[in-house]
Design a protein around this ligand. Structure first.
Ligand code: ZN
Length: 416
């Protein structure tokens, strides 16, 4: 069966079943920006980012955040560069520790976390809080990025670009994205959207002065879309957590959605929740899509449980993978049993990004004792093949310490 044949529509229907209703809704609200936010007459912006606390060997990051960076707006004509933009993309299901991994990477020289970049258009529309604590419209970093990329956010046709985003980056449109990714079939709108993304990432690199942009969007379709942006050199960290831990986390109710805390109508809205059976199917689907859409040479498999129990070892693997192209000197791992959560300019993601100070890196294994047995049974049953392949479930006839994706997850005392 090939795409475009009748069987493809059945797969699309199956996909809809898995993914429908689980994405936070878009809000039709235009932020009341500060008077000077959309001043397209500004031709030069002083970006004076929030100063950050020094942690170990992050000299470049300190320098990047301390100094004022001159950002000259070039309107739509962002200068093309022959040097590709390294983007380290964290792919996987939500609630798998991507926000913490992204923050820890951001403590290392040259790595700049932006959170979930497709949320930039929604952030522009709803004026949600940036990870630095400022509303998007007031954040000096994103204002500078908007000026460099587009000559000011005011020149972005937000409705048009949200339509393009819905058309190309939603899971339910994955087959359309695959069709568009065949160069000879791509339409002008697809090229235009890819070009905007290229301008955006280029501006982030220019404003931040970073070497590697860390994008924790997690969605497999967006990773595939980035493969179509010529100026981006993509590396994907495939982050996996036990499906039962993920389902337990998605089923929690009443977690405050901090990013809308200054929004007039959304400030009391909670984080979305997902029922265990649906979370299990999403987990299956997203992980399978990552294997299917991203070539093995461009992705690195990382387990949440290994990362939280042996962070130094896993960080070293990630740096080795991200820097395999020798574009920069090898980054030295900062010993990480705790890390300092800094005010990064991140969009979307777990509310932990608004926490400040020291955070312990440890396995969150509450699901072992607090998750109802029936939920464990349902989620474990629906995700059994991949749980086994990833080494989360041992069977009597498999005694090897290794799975096809590397070592078995380390059993720590926290996990019981
Ligand atoms: Zn910010």
């Amino acid at each position: 069966m090939s795409l475009g044949q009748p069987g493809a529509s059945r797969l699309e229907a199956l996909y809809l079943l898995f993914s429908a209703g689980t994405r936070p809704r878009r809000y039709a609200y235009r932020a009341e920006a500060e008077p000077d936010t959309n001043d397209t007459a500004i031709r030069q912006v002083k970006f004076d980012p929030v100063p950050v606390v020094s942690v170990g060997r992050n000299e470049n990051v300190q320098e990047m955040h301390r100094g004022q960076v001159d950002v000259r707006s070039t309107g739509l004509a962002t200068r093309p560069s022959d040097v590709p933009i390294p983007v380290l993309y964290i792919a996987g299901e939500g609630r798998s520790g991507s926000t913490i991994l992204s923050a820890i990477l951001g403590n290392h020289a040259g790595y700049f976390p932006v959170g979930e970049l497709p949320d930039v258009w929604q952030a522009l529309q709803t004026n949600e809080l940036c990870g630095c604590g400022q509303p998007f419209a007031n954040c000096p970093f994103w204002r500078a990025v908007g000026n460099v990329a587009f000559g000011g956010w005011d020149s972005v046709k937000i409705d048009e670009i949200l339509q393009q985003e819905a058309r190309y980056t939603r899971h339910r449109r994955i087959f359309q994205l695959i069709r568009q990714s065949r160069v000879h079939q791509a339409d002008a709108a697809f090229h235009a959207y890819c070009e905007r993304l290229g301008q955006l990432y280029s501006a982030i690199r220019e404003v931040s002065g970073c070497s590697v942009i860390v994008d924790s969007t997690k969605r497999p379709p967006f990773a595939m879309l980035l493969r179509n942006v010529p100026s981006i050199e993509l590396r994907v960290v495939h982050l996996v957590r036990d499906s039962r831990g993920v389902a337990f986390s998605w089923n929690k109710v009443g977690i405050r959605n901090v990013q809308y805390s200054q929004h007039p109508t959304l400030k009391d809205s909670p984080m979305p929740t997902i029922r265990p059976w649906k979370s299990a199917l999403r987990w299956d689907l997203k992980n399978l899509l990552i294997h299917a859409l991203i070539p093995a040479s461009q992705r690195l498999f990382v387990r949440y449980e290994c990362f939280t129990s042996e962070p130094n070892r896993e960080l070293d693997r990630i740096f080795q993978f991200a820097e395999a192209n020798k574009m920069r000197d090898r980054t030295q791992v900062i010993p990480t049993s705790t890390f300092t959560s800094k005010p990064f300019h991140t969009l979307g993601g777990n509310p932990v990004r608004f926490t400040r100070g020291s955070i312990d890196v440890r396995v969150d294994a509450k699901w072992h004792t607090e998750m109802p047995a029936m939920h464990k049974l349902i989620v474990g049953g629906l995700t059994f093949p991949l749980l086994f392949a990833y080494g989360y479930i041992a069977v009597p006839w498999a005694h090897s310490e290794h799975t096809i994706f590397g070592r078995h997850p380390r059993r720590t005392q926290q996990e019981g």
